[in-house]
Design a protein around this ligand. Structure first.
Ligand SMILES: NC(=O)c1ccc[n+]([C@@H]2O[C@H](COP(=O)([O-])OP(=O)(O)OC[C@H]3O[C@@H](n4cnc5c(N)ncnc54)[C@H](O)[C@@H]3O)[C@@H](O)[C@H]2O)c1
Ligand SMILES: [Zn+2]
Length: 749
């Protein structure tokens, strides 16, 4: 029996609205964007077949976005639209064809010829004379000829990728939050979120705290600064900041943000602009709203607008590209797909736009989106597999984290058999059971996630999951953390902790972290070795590591541990004593303190003794190189607390006793001009530094961190899996360094 379309539509709308709420209001989406877009497409298709059932409030007809509590909702001077999207080239091509049909001058001409033919015929309408008959015959012949000319022309256009007068522009689709910035006489007066497109939330105070957004524009452009200018663009969170924030969020017992867009939205919702300032958001312009007539008359295309915007001091994306045809645009999309993982921010696709303003105006808007733009989105890769087991892992803070162990499956080019489940709440929310068929997803660098269970493939008799009542490793007592009351609801479980201070799993995890690559980087003391040594009772504290050589005989008795391996380990431990204060701070597992904050703080204070004298306020408010350090209250408080706690005192006493270097060259003294005048490019996966860290290092040593390799590049620093940049450098004879060699250059005196 065919389904009742009205019912189908209503069910779909309800389902879509539910996901919109989860996504925009709660910031805890249950399904992936691609799945959401499929639901929406399904609704659009049913509605297209039954246009009489379309209502203005259907999710297919309106821009979604919800007001945020605590902010004033204000009208937009000009509407803000969404963008239609697609995941395939076929739809993209159909879109270009529609643009071409509306805009190509030859087609417009042919269309007017067709009207002229119709008109001739109308003149003799109803007449039965031989003359009239001849007119009609001639018209038919002309129409046939015209049809074949039109289709020839369209075929040729299709072969050439539908070239448009004025061309197209491709732009990275930065995954953030849309914003409208209003400047009056060059001063930022208002910042409004997109909201439902007609009204958004006034987040001006928070936006003022974002350093990459100019509060004042400069009037040096070729076109004088318009008296009124609304710039539309994207506020986003760079990847490194996203990772840092999630570390902090998880350490504080909260659920991590699903993606950088969520975390950006979450940040803009903060009632305290100080928090916004700490989170290092960025901005890129991608459009215009209201603009004073004097300027509007002189600017004839989108790409021109962006150029002028840049000259007025507004950040624009250097990766935007003008294209003559869709063929070129598709080339860009393909080229960009490989590049995007190297960018410092998340990109979920490429937006293709018709460039000329006249052409845009001619095409206009649907109720939801411009007809002159489309977003081509890259699919997050998904795969289906079977959940074999949920493992509970004990972290260095005692936190119990569930991890899915699955039948190995290939996604996004790698074999995956583990996925994160975040916490027990997620397991119950998604109703995940051992034995289920599950969909997992891997996007870019992000850890694989379990998206959902394929319910209709669930075998009979699967049991609901239970949360561990005791620590799976030490059987110790478990404490449950709940979300705070300010979340609106209380009692939602956010995390479980093993609170046994002697829990062997915690000791082990702490030591693994301590010896790890980004921290003390102890050669020979990997995960396996730590496991062996802790099990044998040879190490338990950080200090034990440095006196391990005194127990050489016992170490040698361990399985698979020869003389050579042991000596290597001892040498690695000795070498680690000189890592310096930054690495030490990052290695101790102090809540919220990671490698970046560790370095900034160590460079400022120079010694542990100086740092120990600082108050939490000092640590939070010092200036690094004349600007704010970015060390927030959480970090400062947590570090201060640790430094003055009994455990902290004990840890540092042990390290001092062992002869570990607890000092650090301060920035002013430490920075050299070793790279002065040199241009460096970084590529591939680095292990010692993050992208941002190494670029900062290049700059503090007087060098320039460029993004592409050319003849004027002095060095290419290549990590693992370096691709096209490495090939190019080799072709051009640019000197290639690995991380260690780069490090040596900086150390050279
Ligand atoms: N997973 C879920 O449950 C769920 C629920 C609701 C919505 N969503 C997702 O949210 C998105 C819908 O949001 P949307 O309406 O903002 O659409 P969108 O994010 O797909 O595209 C429109 C937005 O792209 C941004 N953008 C980035 N770069 C741009 C550029 N160069 N030029 C122009 N705009 C650019 C703009 O902010 C614009 O508003 C979809 O991706 C959808 O999958 C997911
Ligand atoms: Zn335990």
């Amino acid at each position: 029996m065919p389904e009742d379309p009205a019912k189908t539509i209503e069910t779909l709308r309800q389902e879509i609205r539910r996901h919109e709420r989860l996504y925009y209001v709660d910031a805890t989406p249950e399904i992936s964007d691609q799945e959401f877009d499929l639901l929406l497409k399904e609704l659009e298709e049913v509605e297209a077949a039954h246009p009489e059932l379309i209502t203005a409030d259907s999710p297919s007809q309106r821009v979604s976005g919800q007001p945020i509590d605590g902010f004033e909702t204000v009208p937009h001077a000009q509407r803000m639209y969404s963008i239609d999207n697609t995941y395939n080239v076929e739809d993209l091509t159909k879109w270009a064809k529609r643009c071409f049909e509306a805009l190509d001058p030859r087609l417009v001409e042919l269309a007017s010829e067709s009207i002229a033919i119709d008109n001739q015929e109308t003149e003799v309408k109803g007449q039965r004379t031989a003359e009239a008959k001849a007119v009609r015959e001639k018209a038919n012949l002309q129409r046939e000829a015209l049809a074949s000319r039109t289709s020839d022309h369209l075929d040729a256009a299709s072969a050439h990728g539908y070239p448009l007068p004025g061309g197209y522009v491709t732009e990275p689709k930065v995954d953030g939050v849309a914003i409208s910035l209003r400047y009056e006489n060059g001063l930022l007066t208002q910042a409004i979120t997109r909201g439902d497109g007609t009204h958004g939330d006034d987040v001006t105070q928070n936006v003022r705290a974002i350093r990459s957004i100019p509060l004042k524009l400069s009037a040096v452009g070729k076109v004088p600064l318009p008296a009124i200018l609304e710039v539309r663009g994207e506020i986003f969170m760079p990847q490194s900041e996203f990772v840092r924030l999630n570390e902090v969020t998880v350490a504080a017992g909260n659920e991590p943000f699903a993606n950088p867009r969520n975390s950006t939205a979450g940040t803009l919702k903060q009632l305290d602009p100080q928090i916004v300032a700490e989170r290092r958001l960025q901005f890129l312009a991608h459009g215009v709203g209201e603009m004073s007539a004097e300027a509007a008359e002189q600017i004839t295309s989108h790409s021109e607008f962006l150029q002028h915007a840049a000259s007025w001091g507004i950040p624009t994306n250097p990766l935007n590209q003008r294209c003559e045809s869709l063929r070129e645009a598709i080339d860009e999309i393909e080229k960009f797909e490989d590049q995007r993982n190297e960018l410092a921010y998340a990109v979920d696709g490429v937006v293709v736009k018709v460039d000329s303003y006249a052409a845009q105006q001619h095409m206009g808007f649907t109720s939801k989106a411009p007809r002159w733009a489309i977003a081509y989105k890259y699919a997050a890769e998904q795969a289906e597999t079977t959940l074999l087991e949920v493992q509970w892992q004990v972290g260095k803070t005692g936190k119990l984290t569930p991890r899915a162990k699955m039948e190995p499956v290939l996604v996004a080019g790698t074999t995956v058999q583990h996925a994160t489940l975040h916490n027990f709440g997620e397991i119950t929310r998604k109703d995940i059971r051992v034995g289920d068929r599950v969909i997992i997803e891997k996007a870019g660098e992000i850890i694989p996630q379990v998206v959902r269970v394929v319910k209709n493939k669930r075998p009979d008799g699967l049991k609901e999951m239970k949360a561990p009542e005791a620590c799976p490793e030490c059987a110790g007592e478990v404490e449950i953390a709940f979300s705070s009351a300010s979340d609106g609801e209380t009692g939602r479980e956010t995390a479980r902790y093993c609170i046994n201070a002697e829990c062997p799993a915690q000791l082990r995890e702490r030591l693994i972290h301590f010896a790890g690559r980004g921290q003390m980087d102890i050669d020979g003391l990997g995960e396996k070795a730590v496991e062996q040594l802790t099990e044998a009772g040879l190490i338990g504290t950080f200090g034990d590591v440095f006196s391990l050589h005194e127990r050489r005989e016992e170490v040698l008795k361990l399985e698979r541990m020869g003389e050579k391996k042991a000596d290597n380990l001892f040498a690695g431990i000795v070498a680690a004593k000189d890592r310096g204060l930054a690495r030490v701070l990052a290695s101790l597992g102090i809540r919220h303190v990671g490698s970046t904050s560790g370095r900034i703080i160590a460079e400022h204070y120079g010694t542990l003794d100086a740092l120990s004298k600082a108050t939490a306020e000092d640590i939070q408010s010092f200036k690094a190189n004349g600007s704010e350090s970015g060390i927030g209250e959480e970090i400062a408080k947590s570090l201060h607390h640790f430094l003055h706690s009994e455990r902290g005192q004990h840890v540092f006493a042990e390290l001092k006793e062992a002869g570990v270097d607890l000092t650090m060259p301060q920035t002013e003294q430490g920075s050299t001009q070793k790279l002065a005048g040199k241009s460096l490019v970084v590529t591939g996966k680095l292990t010692r530094y993050t992208r941002e860290e190494i670029q900062e290092l290049i700059r503090t040593h007087g060098g320039r961190a460029a993004s592409s390799v050319s003849k004027s590049t002095d060095y290419l620093i290549a990590g693992e899996k370096a691709g096209s940049k490495l090939t190019k450098a080799e072709q051009l004879g640019v000197k290639v360094l690995n991380e260690a060699e780069f490090h040596e250059i900086l150390q050279d005196t």
